[in-house]
Design a binder for this molecule. Structure first.
Ligand SMILES: Cc1cc2nc3c(=O)[nH]c(=O)nc-3n(C[C@H](O)[C@H](O)[C@H](O)COP(=O)(O)OP(=O)(O)OC[C@H]3O[C@@H](n4cnc5c(N)ncnc54)[C@H](O)[C@@H]3O)c2cc1C
Length: 441
């Protein structure tokens, strides 16, 4: 019998602003004793939640156990910027790239439809709205090199958009920071922690969720046997939705790039501050360069979100001192954009961990006879993780779904160079991105 220890576990802190602004939630009990099930899903982010629900729907007589190391809504899925993005960030203009974009959009839109069906069915109160999003450039160079090609690619895809000149953008966003923007209508915005809680707390009856139940060991010799601190799951099949932690389970080793990203939510603006800002309600901005520049939102409850900086973080840990520093950086970025709001502090600041592949491919599909997965969502997990989870469940149940082929066509994460070359390479690439986009901050 070969037992593999899972030696590195998630350690989500309680700094996530999105969950702090919600009413407190009591987590589901941790796993105790031995439990048998037909299926076990590990990870209660978008991927694992979608996989568990879809398994339960596909096989209503089967029992599904969903395990998470932490509490629902405190993982990356609950602490992201809350954009359900329906379009690829970089489209590309070759036939092959355009076909890839069509497949990406079909997957993303299937995920959005899925979320909307659950939100409506269970009355999930997560501020889900469809204001679209602004893709903005700060510099004339950014307009030429990113926005204009993006608009041409949207033309080629026959996707609707509005080009917005500076003066109009200033009026809509309440900041003079941007040179121009492209508004696309399909993106949804939400409070991600509220969405994840709503999905987890409204699972079908044949799914049992155990929180605070980290998998510390795995044995695949006779079915699946997963150990947690106070109990075991013995299951026939497994879907892994553990994102950047997959290589600690022995999958995608040396193929995943765990990254950190930081976000802050300001305190709520007062009515006088809202007047001083004087912009549209409820907007979201994605930056021309995702690594170097800043994602922003003006939320329905009148807070401003700032998210900057994606960087390699191998162990998926950040100390408290780092967060204090980030809070100051975000306040400076906020002041540069909104000088009319000098008294507004960043009320919450947090770090979250996501997972990229060098070639942008997802970790999706069949890993062994009775093991399937959806990991490595490449920073668009609200849609891609959800689609990946649903499709991993369909694949595991032998259900014919053309989207499975679309997902597979995105490839698999390619092999990374060994350390220390990897660390040097990633650092150099990010430094290059930052330099290239230095006028976009
Ligand atoms: C600051 C920030 C902003 C972002 N903004 C956006 C955005 O606007 N839109 C977007 O689409 N994406 C965004 N992302 C990325 C997005 O959050 C992720 O792609 C997505 O959450 C990944 O979902 P997932 O289900 O694959 O993984 P996760 O949400 O990371 O879930 C994996 C789960 O596996 C569990 N797990 C791991 N190991 C074990 C173990 N041993 N035992 C049990 N459980 C385990 C973890 O506890 C975790 O709950 C952002 C990310 C960050 C950090």
């Amino acid at each position: 019998m070969t037992t593999r220890s899972v030696t590195h576990l998630p350690r989500d802190d309680n700094t996530n602003g999105w969950s702090h602004i919600l009413t407190p939630r009591t987590p589901k009990a941790a796993l105790q004793g031995d439990q048998k099930s037909d299926w076990v899903v590990v990870g209660a982010g978008y991927a694992g939640l979608a996989a568990a629900r879809r398994l339960a729907e596909n096989r209503p007589d089967d029992r599904v156990i969903l395990l998470d190391a932490g509490e629902v809504g405190e993982n990356a899925s609950g602490r992201n910027s809350g954009f359900a993005i329906d379009l690829p960030h970089n489209v590309g203009s070759s036939m092959e790239e355009l076909e890839g974009s069509h497949r990406f959009m079909a997957l993303a839109r299937a995920a959005i439809d899925y979320h909307e069906a659950q939100i409506e069915r269970y009355g999930i109160d997560c501020d889900w709205t469809q204001p679209g999003k602004y893709h903005c450039a700060v510099s004339e160079q950014g307009v030429r090199e990113v926005l204009e090609p993006f608009a041409r690619e949207l033309d080629a895809l026959e996707e609707p958009y509005t080009w917005i000149e500076k003066a109009e953008l200033d009026r809509r966003l309440g900041t003079t920071h941007f040179a121009a923007g492209v508004h696309t209508p399909g993106c949804r915005l939400m409070n991600p922690a509220a969405l994840v809680r709503g999905l987890a707390d409204n699972m079908p009856d044949n799914v049992t969720l155990y929180e605070n139940s980290p998998v510390t060991a795995m044995d695949l010799d006779r079915g699946i046997r997963l150990s947690t601190p106070n109990g075991q799951v013995i299951a026939e099949q497994m879907i892994l939705g553990v994102n950047g932690f997959a290589d600690y389970f022995g999958y995608f080793e040396q193929r995943l790039l765990p990254m950190a990203a930081n976000a802050s939510l300001s305190r709520q603006l007062t009515p006088a501050e809202r007047d001083a800002l004087g912009c549209e309600e409820n907007w979201g901005v994605t930056p021309a360069n995702a690594f170097a520049s800043i994602t922003m939102r003006y939320t329905n409850d009148h807070r401003i979100l700032i998210r900057n900086n994606i960087y390699h973080n191998r162990k998926m840990r950040e100390p408290e001192s780092h967060r204090r520093h980030i809070k100051q950086v975000h306040k400076r970025l906020f002041d540069e954009r909104f000088p009319m709001l000098p008294e507004v502090d960043m009320e919450y600041t947090w770090t979250g961990f996501l997972c990229l592949a060098q070639n942008g491919a997802p970790g999706f599909g069949k890993l062994a006879d009775n093991v399937y997965t959806s990991v490595c969502q490449n920073a668009v997990g609200v849609t891609k993780g959800t689609a990946g989870g649903m499709l991993a469940a369909d694949m595991a149940c032998g259900i014919d779904n053309e989207l499975i082929g679309y997902m597979e066509s995105l490839g698999t994460p390619n092999k990374l160079p060994p350390r220390p070359f990897l660390d040097i390479g990633v650092k150099a690439r990010l430094a290059w991105e930052l330099w290239k986009a230095r006028k976009e901050v």
